[in-house]
Design a protein around this ligand. Structure first.
Ligand SMILES: [Zn+2]
Length: 490
């Protein structure tokens, strides 16, 4: 009997041991892909160069959705669909021109800001230029009656860090309110980036249009205008901004799936946004991470074995307009959210992944760190992120991760004409794709999950603890939460 029991234990241990070896082998297979040639970069090149810039609502964005569907089909996933959702307002750029009339005639480089209205009848307005300093309420108050009907120039500091970039967004609401109160006809915001670089700087999150036409003016041309105002006192400018605008419309997310073998109703979601702004070709923001999500599907298919949980690969659109694609996904899949075990979002270009934001969920740390231990050491901050597609999952109580990445090369070309294929760090991007595949495979296999989905009061506490409530107020999102329009309702 004793012998028999020992034999039984030995067999059991052997099978546990061989399973551990087997699962290590699978992870190692994913890790090895970082040094192999994969189709990831040719996918990205195709998306950037053939389709190019793809703002949501544009024909290019619709072509990108069809491209994404075809990619997943070619990989042989179990299913792929294009799911529709609502975007509250259409905004697409047409043209923007600025010409100084006096003291001398010359052109000024500008681009219109997303969710800026057009100038009247999409024609020229001619008005005097005033210097509104940094655009604070006091700056506009100082201008007094002279601001009424004028085009106001607003100075910006040079952007060097992600915090500076967030600062530019935080400024929007108070700046537009002060400008409206002062009665200005239009705003010219100085570019935060030198050497003539222009970029799309959205001034609302798409739920409303700006109260006046707004454009970004090149840093050097803005500085020249400011100097002219100082010395000449009187500068007259003609400005024409034409945008295509409209009300609510539908866009689509690409949703692909590899179904789980043991717990098919439990879902791990990996996502990145497919839409981009139009001046560049959306390479670091966020084509490279679209290619990463597609490559993660390819990597997991290459294992030749099904994950235990279902893995959903999602390419969102409507992100740049206010994360409307992920908001729409959460609405469409409301009944399934209970079974969304974890989500992981990638949206900081091709910089090295240094860890994952836990978005206020300390209980996600241990499973995440255990899974990633096979790849290396990562720092996983508890911070909450508002500004990419994890956000509606966070508001819905679903455990969510956002890859934290080195800000270079993402930041200098953010939303700019220079966000193009050749600026992508290919080596790091391919390593990031490996990390993503190990993470998502691990999340689908681990017995350390699921962890709890949060209730509304728990989410509210998380928002306050992580100070996300302050950011939501600055981004005009807070009332969407308090009114129950966005987020968990139980
Ligand atoms: Zn992005």
């Amino acid at each position: 009997m004793k012998i028999y029991r020992n034999f039984f234990v030995a067999i059991c241990l052997l099978s546990v041991f061989s399973f551990a070896i087997y699962s290590q082998d699978l992870t190692q297979k994913l890790i090895n892909r970082a040094n192999q040639t994969t189709p990831m970069m040719s996918d990205l090149e195709e998306l950037c160069d053939t389709i190019g810039g793809r703002p949501t609502g544009s024909p290019a964005c619709n072509r990108a959705v069809a491209w994404g569907v075809a990619k997943f089909k070619s990989i042989g996933v179990d299913s792929v669909t294009a799911e529709s959702f609502d975007v509250p307002n259409l905004w697409l750029p047409e043209s923007a021109e600025a010409i100084v009339i006096s003291p001398e005639k010359f052109s000024i480089q500008i681009v219109s800001s997303p969710y800026s209205p057009s100038t009247a009848n999409k024609g020229f307005i001619t008005a005097k230029l005033v210097n509104a300093g940094e655009g604070s309420e006091e700056d506009f108050a100082k201008l007094g009656a002279s601001a009424r009907g004028a085009i106001a120039l607003v100075k910006s500091n040079e952007m060097k860090t992600l915090d500076d970039l967030f600062g530019e967004y935080f400024r929007n609401q108070p700046l537009m309110a002060a400008a409206k109160k002062a009665g200005v006809a239009a705003l010219l915001l100085q570019s935060t980036r030198p050497r003539g670089l222009l970029y799309r700087h959205p001034v609302t999150m798409g739920e409303a249009f700006a109260p006046m036409p707004i454009a970004t003016v090149s840093r050097e041309h803005g500085a020249r205008l400011a100097r002219l105002l100082e010395t000449n006192k009187k500068v007259t400018l003609s400005l024409k901004i034409a945008n295509k605008t409209g009300g609510v419309y539908q866009s689509q997310n690409v949703v692909a799936e590899i179904r789980g073998s043991e717990k098919p109703d439990e879902i791990i979601l990996i996502g990145a946004h497919l839409d981009s702004w139009d001046l560049g070709t959306g390479a670091n923001d966020n084509g490279v991470n679209v290619a990463l999500v597609i490559d993660a599907a390819r990597a997991i298919k290459s294992l030749g074995i099904k994950p235990k949980r279902t893995i959903r690969f999602v390419l969102f659109t409507g992100e740049e307009q206010g994360m409307w694609g992920s908001a729409g996904y959460v609405k469409t899949h409301a009944k399934e959210l209970e079974k969304h075990v974890a989500t992981a979002i990638f949206d900081i270009g091709s910089g090295k992944i240094t860890g994952f934001f836990l978005n206020g969920r300390e209980d996600l740390r241990s499973p995440t760190e255990t899974i990633l231990s096979s790849v290396g050491k990562f720092e996983n901050p508890l911070d909450g992120i508002d500004g990419t597609d994890n956000f509606d999952f966070l508001l819905s109580g679903v455990p969510n991760l956002v890859a934290n990445q080195d800000a270079i090369p993402y930041l200098p070309d953010y939303h700019a004409a220079s966000d193009v294929f050749e600026m992508v760090d290919q080596k790091e991007a391919q390593r990031n794709a490996m990390i993503a595949s190990v993470l998502v495979w691990g999340l689908a296999q681990t017995p350390m999950l699921p962890i709890k989905r949060q209730t509304r009061s728990e989410v509210e506490k998380l928002l306050v603890d992580t100070k996300l409530d302050e950011q939501m107020k600055a981004f005009n999102q807070w009332t969407q939460w308090t009114s129950g329009k966005r987020g968990v309702n139980r």
